[in-house]
Design a protein around this ligand. Structure first.
Ligand code: XUL
Ligand code: CO
Length: 436
């Protein structure tokens, strides 16, 4: 088989003294942290769309990145070469998981039936390559946002025929995800939103989205697919108003439409910041509500207002994220999927390695920092103390439902002005810095 990343051998852990850019300085897959191997905490996944199908195109110009596996005029030959290139990359990098959209792995043909036949061919190859290389599928998903039929949405499209097309596509994507042993399935509402209310029946669109996801649950049961369903919030882009705005919005949507027991969330760092939140805010909200599922690990740019999907390198971000994830007990079905793309000037195959190595080391450092923070409990102790008034006396009585406005008024009249206490933010920030 042709090598698509020639001259690059398996990336090894060499420790912090190494000056070899093609080595891990912190990610040591079998090293134990809090009694569990790093690789099992982090569950890294490479995403197919950015890493193998994204070639550096932006609104001002086509792709800049030329890859050997695209060197054919036959679309299925390209699909097969790309799959081989992807598995060569996964194994050289040393990740155990990957993620894909249906249309990433096989291009659409003229009819749905032909498109599905193409998927079957490519899934057979993917299954063989997974088995040969000990690779697993973190999650699969559907691209129901690129084709022009979906320009006004998929399940929220004004046309029932488009709703039906989207359902057929998700049906097939769930089947192939199951076939490949996928541990999850993601619903990102690509164009589920709107540009102007002048042409939009918002209530109907929300109802249709809820109905669509309930149909997906029914089909999941029918085919006995046991992977976890996730919704991935994003506030804007491509539509001006996306219906799955942020974690809070998704959670109330799931509850209203009776979906809360069947879905968790896939939190993407750059989507959190687009929503005006921090990455760790979105994760913490999920933990507080028992709905943290998986993570699309990337970062945005403070100075740009769109989804730049850069590889994560900020140790504060990775530390705070891993702190929240570990507090929640860690991933079960989910993992860290690098939904990130190299910059369009990073045209060499080796750049894809540098990007992933840096991101994997950044999260490995985050994991080690967070584990130490958890073990030493300095931050947790402060928080516990700050809320200790609720552990007995008046606080415990309120939490137990034994008080009402009249009794609380009597308490206040008797005890007078409450004592104010410092939030100690600066001290806590200094403590956090000790771990970075
Ligand atoms: C888009 C995005 C998607 C989803 C999968 O911003 O993040 O790639 O992760 O459809
Ligand atoms: Co994503």
């Amino acid at each position: 088989m042709q090598e698509f990343f020639p001259g690059i051998s398996k990336i090894k852990y060499e420790g912090t003294d190494s000056k070899n850019p093609l080595s891990f300085k912190h990610y040591n897959p079998n090293q134990k942290v809090l009694g569990k191997k790093m690789k099992d905490h982090l569950r890294y996944a490479v995403c197919y769309w950015h890493s193998f199908k994204g070639l550096g195109a932006d609104p001002f110009g086509p792709g800049t990145i030329i890859r050997e596996y695209n060197n054919s005029s036959c679309p299925m030959e390209v699909a097969e070469m790309t799959m081989h290139a992807a598995f060569e990359f996964f194994t050289k990098l040393g990740v155990e998981y990957w993620c894909f959209h249906d249309r990433d792995i096989a291009p659409e043909a003229d009819t749905l039936a032909e498109t599905n036949a193409r998927l079957d061919t490519i899934v057979k190859l993917a299954k063989k390559l997974q088995d040969d290389n000990g690779m697993k599928l973190l999650w699969g998903t559907t691209n129901a946002f690129s084709h022009r039929r979906f320009m006004a949405g998929a399940s929220t499209n004004p046309s029932p025929a488009v709703f039906a097309y989207a359902a057929s596509q998700v049906k097939k994507a769930m089947e192939i995800t199951k076939e490949l042993g996928g541990e999850g399935y993601v619903f990102w509402g690509g164009r589920e939103g709107y540009e102007t209310l002048l042409n939009t029946d918002m209530k109907r669109e929300f109802d249709h989205l809820g109905q669509f996801l309930n149909m997906a649950i029914d089909y999941k049961k029918k085919i006995k697919f046991t992977g976890q369903f996730y919704i991935e919030p994003k506030p804007k882009e491509p539509t001006k108003h996306q219906y799955d705005f942020d974690a809070g919005n998704c959670y109330s949507f799931l509850q209203k439409y009776g979906l809360a027991n069947d879905f968790k969330l896939n939190i993407e760092a750059n989507h959190a910041t687009l929503a005006g939140h921090t990455f760790e805010h979105e994760l913490e909200f999920c933990v507080a509500n028992g709905i943290l599922g998986s993570v699309d690990a990337n970062r945005g740019d403070l100075l740009l207002g769109w989804d730049t999907d850069q590889f994560p390198t900020d140790i504060y971000d990775t530390t705070k994220a891993m702190y929240t994830i570990l507090k929640d007990g860690g991933f079960t079905t989910g993992g860290l999927n690098f939904d990130a793309k190299i910059r369009r000037q990073s045209v060499d195959p080796v750049d894809l390695f540098h990007a992933h190595i840096g991101a994997m080391d950044a999260f490995a450092r985050g994991l080690k920092n967070a584990a130490k923070m958890l073990k030493e409990k300095r931050l947790a102790k402060f928080v516990k103390q700050r809320y200790s008034g609720w552990d007995n006396g008046l606080g415990a009585s309120i939490e137990a439902g034994k008080e009402d406005f009249t009794s609380l008024e009597a308490h206040t009249l008797k005890h007078g002005e409450p004592k104010v206490e410092s939030g100690r933010q600066e001290m806590l920030e200094n403590i956090l810095n000790e771990y970075i």
